[in-house]
Write a protein that binds this ligand. Structure first.
Ligand code: UDP
Length: 434
């Protein structure tokens, strides 16, 4: 386990001022993945930072310190660092509660830099990171770039559409007005998909010229194909069963309930079915309270349907081992009600695993129906069941989809490629050209 160290460690950076960037993110990019506080955003920041570092940038990523066992400063790459600042209690706190601790985080950021700016650009992630980046940008008259990763207005609309109880209305109110402010003041915005870009233009009145669509990426060294037989052997999974996989954080909007209902419908048509659900800190002493709550809700559905022998909750799996699960599965199902992007789809494509995803947000942009995956109507277990049967009955179709997906991902989605595009935006912003 990492030990706490002093914040006064010498800065490793010797690069010129114009290549120094400060990022703000709430997810600890080095945290264990798959829990509430560390999903796609952590992967995104970590991967991007390493590639930008290789490109000659020197990045300081500031995140909230959430454990006394973590270092205050961790070196990443040759010239970049992760700096964990105190903001509120040093433990996991729900994203919904972050707002109150932002001023303290900002004050500690100022202390860390001795109130003297040495960055030529601020890059905010999510609404909380955007708040910090906007504040720093104003104080030091330096440009700022924003990645929302997810938009509060879409989340709220989805919750209302499905009449899901909304206990956090006031939090949404705060988040929405912050997002509006951020989108107004940001010098440039990176949208993960063209649908998010359109939404920003229409619902946040953001100028089109400021928004650049750049998708997320995938680590092609970690995620690559292994034969199904070999992967199952390594994981001690049965050879013949139809295995459906879910990978992601345990959240209502991920639609795992739809997957469980679809599996229930499939039971009568498929003799040997296994559903593996990966994600959520739900076991052991280090349980995450929000993950555990959602797990209990899902367990109740499983129990009510008598599906205990089919549905398996595996908890978090190390990112380096995940490819074996993708390669073991007959299909990855991404049943989200809202999904701004969905890195898991790229990982699945890179492993040549068939994807069946709901027709929403970023998923509908990465996946071309019947070309590199199958799309189904969100929250429709009957449609999902039909799509699983379609690939089950036609291995040829499954093969075509995965070959096309693999080609797509290798050509377009390496982190190297994504970082090059972002590096160009950095240079333009610093040069005053955006
Ligand atoms: N992940 C992981 N272990 C887990 C669950 C998820 O490494 O147990 C990773 C997964 O490989 C992916 C990320 O967490 O890279 C989830 O990203 P995605 O964009 O799909 O969802 P988000 O977390 O942004 O909602």
């Amino acid at each position: 386990m990492e030990k706490t160290s002093s914040e006064s460690e010498p800065a490793p950076d010797k690069s010129p001022l114009r290549k120094r960037v400060a990022m703000f993110c709430h997810d600890d990019p080095l945290a264990q993945l798959g829990a509430q506080e560390s999903g796609g955003q952590a992967v995104y920041v970590n991967s991007l930072l390493r590639e930008l570092d290789k490109n000659g940038w020197s990045i300081d990523a500031f995140a909230r310190l959430d454990s006394r066992h973590k270092k205050s400063v961790s070196l990443i790459g040759r010239n970049s660092r992760l700096i964990r600042l105190q903001g509120g209690p040093i433990k996991y706190i729900s994203r919904k509660l972050l707002f109150d601790f932002l001023p303290e985080l900002y004050e500690n950021f100022l202390k860390f830099i001795n109130r003297q700016n040495s960055y030529s650009l601020f890059h905010g992630h999510y609404w909380d990171g955007g708040w910090l980046a906007a504040k720093a940008s104003k104080q030091f008259s330096v440009p700022f770039l924003q990645n929302f990763h997810s938009l509060g207005k879409i989340r709220l609309q989805v919750k209302e559409q499905y009449s899901y109880k909304n206990n956090g209305k006031d939090i949404f109110d705060k988040r929405l007005s912050l997002e509006e402010e951020i989108s107004k003041h940001a010098d440039a915005i990176i949208s993960l998909s063209s649908s998010e870009k359109l939404f920003l233009q229409q619902q946040y009145k953001t100028f089109e010229e400021k928004i650049e669509v750049i998708p997320g990426g995938v680590n092609l060294k970690i995620f690559s194909p292994v034969s199904r037989q070999e992967a199952r052997k390594k994981l001690a999974l049965p050879e013949k069963e139809l295995i459906i996989l879910f990978v992601g954080r345990l959240e209502w909007r991920k639609g795992i309930g739809t997957l469980i209902h679809a599996a229930n419908l499939l039971k009568s048509e498929v003799a040997h079915l296994k559903v593996l659900i990966i994600g959520g800190k739900i076991y052991g002493r280090q349980k995450n309270t929000d993950d555990f709550k959602e797990y209990q809700r899902l367990l109740k559905i499983v129990g009510d349907l008598g599906m205990e022998n089919t549905i398996n909750f595996l908890g978090c799996v190390d990112n380096n081992r995940l490819h074996l699960f993708y390669c073991s599965a007959n299909a990855l199902v991404v049943p989200s009600y809202y999904e701004p992007f969905g890195l898991v789809t790229l990982e699945s494509m890179a492993c040549k695993t068939t994807i069946i995803a709901s027709n929403v947000g970023g998923l509908a942009k990465i996946i071309q129906d019947n070309v590199n995956g199958l799309l189904f109507q969100p929250r429709n277990p009957v449609d999902l069941k039909e799509k699983v049967l379609k690939i089950h009955k036609s291995p040829e179709l499954a093969k075509t989809l995965t070959e096309n997906g693999y080609k797509n991902v290798v050509e377009n989605y390496s982190w190297k490629k994504i970082a090059e595009q972002i590096s160009n935006i950095y240079s333009q912003l610093i040069g005053g050209k955006v």
